[in-house]
Design a protein around this ligand. Structure first.
Ligand SMILES: Cc1cc2nc3c(=O)[nH]c(=O)nc-3n(C[C@H](O)[C@H](O)[C@H](O)COP(=O)(O)O)c2cc1C
Length: 214
């Protein structure tokens, strides 16, 4: 399984970028997926402006990110909380991605995480961040997690200082990976069914049928 991971914060010393690395290590150490991290800062994504889109089209950074999302089976986004909500940088990326057709986010499995130096771990932003993704038919995993006091909680070893929190994050990442794999398998089975020659489609009684409605 291929997972794309990125932070909603652009800055170099971002706690959410650090959380991305913690999560990447969990995926890799447990052989759950091949994870690719993408840094949004060098993509230089402009603020969405309909006039820009009309005159110059979708920015190269968004086309690049869209391709990487399309190639991934699942996505993980670590987001900061700004004023109790989704940061403009991430909302802007979602808005631009929604202008690509087909929308690269549609149908993807997504795990949402947050990191904040505050006591709530950015969990208020998670609820707001779900919304635009869900509007685009991204399958946002029901469970989300915020890492509070992230400036102390995230160690340079790409682990969390609190063993219980690390174990909980590992459990969540594993659950998400299993869920996303099951979804991939059922999507592949459905696609095989849909593309099989009509006369060769198996029925529940072991025969074949020409009907697509069982
Ligand atoms: C404009 C702005 C608004 C913020 N609002 C919140 C907030 O509502 N809740 C919170 O926990 N932290 C808030 N913070 C602090 C961020 O959580 C903190 O800057 C964090 O380090 C940002 O994530 P990053 O390290 O990944 O860049 C805010 C920061 C900024 C710049």
């Amino acid at each position: 399984m291929k997972v794309l991971i990125f932070s909603g914060s652009l800055r170099k010393e971002s706690l959410n970028k650090k959380l991305c690395h913690v999560v990447t290590d969990i995926f890799h150490k447990n052989n759950l997926a091949e994870v690719h991290y993408v840094d949004l800062q060098p993509l230089n994504i402009p603020v969405y402006d309909g006039d820009f889109e009309t005159s110059q089209g979708i920015p190269a950074g968004i086309m690049n990110l869209g391709k990487q999302i399309t190639a991934a089976d699942a996505i993980v986004v670590c987001t900061p909380e700004y004023n109790g909500s989704i940061p403009g940088s991430l909302k802007n990326v979602i808005d631009w991605l929604s202008r690509e057709k087909p929308v690269p986010l549609t149908g993807k499995q997504l795990l949402l995480l947050a990191a904040s130096p505050g006591a709530l771990g950015g969990t208020r932003s998670l609820w707001h961040t779900r919304q635009p993704f869900e509007v685009l038919n991204t399958h946002v995993y029901p469970e989300m997690m915020g890492v509070p006091k992230a400036h102390e909680a995230i160690l340079p070893t790409n682990t969390l200082a609190d063993a219980k929190m690390q174990a909980n994050l590992e459990r969540l990442v594993k659950d998400f990976a299993n869920h996303a794999k099951k979804f991939m398998q059922s999507s592949a089975a459905q696609e095989a069914h849909d593309t099989a020659p009509v006369q060769a489609r198996p029925t529940s009684t072991g025969g074949t049928t020409a009907s697509t409605t069982h």
